[in-house]
Design a protein around this ligand. Structure first.
Ligand code: COA
Length: 135
């Protein structure tokens, strides 16, 4: 499987990466999902689980911190994830936050994220919710 990474650069210095994000198609299994989502995400002809888009990485150069680039890249990642789901299928966006502070960073920007894991670090957003939010 191939991941897709997008980078942000300034036109004046195109070889310096200021930020990036990576999206990859994954399968989430029913056991990972709350019962309501497992039922809602049921895909005909898939024995178990459902296709999803994982936002695997998102980061900015320390020199650009708190300048809004992370939020800008997240918005881009959300649009790309939705487009990918429309083209090849995907019922939800998943984010694996590296720690609780970063999970809170995501939740502040996308309040509809729900925690999937007990530690609160795996977040899920149904694609229908994302599509409505981006309209
Ligand atoms: C998380 C990250 C992408 C934020 O990017 P950024 O460009 O600094 O963020 P923005 O400028 O859009 O937002 C600034 C806000 O985020 C907060 N913030 C910045 N980095 C944060 C972090 N690591 N954890 C929690 N909050 C953070 C700032 O305090 C600020 O808060 P405010 O809105 O209340 O003032 C960046 O810190 C980063 O690359 N971290 C290292 C990699 C990482 O942890 N990526 C997440 C992988 S799941």
């Amino acid at each position: 499987m191939r991941a897709a990474t997008k980078v942000a650069v300034a036109p004046a210095a195109p070889t310096r990466i200021l930020g990036y994000f990576t999206l990859v198609g994954i399968k989430i299994i029913d056991a990972e999902l709350p019962a309501d989502l497992a039922k809602r995400f049921k895909v005909r002809n898939l024995a178990a689980g459902a296709p999803a888009v994982l936002l695997a990485q998102l980061g900015v150069d320390r020199g650009t911190g708190n300048a809004g680039l992370g939020t800008f890249l997240l918005r881009h990642a959300l649009h790309h994830a939705l487009r990918g789901a429309v083209e090849i299928g995907g019922v939800a966006l998943i984010v694996d936050a590296v720690n609780a502070d970063v999970a809170a960073w995501y939740a502040k920007r996308v309040p509809d994220f729900r925690s999937l894991a007990a530690d609160g670090l795996r977040l899920i957003l149904p694609m229908t919710t994302l599509a409505a939010a981006l309209q």
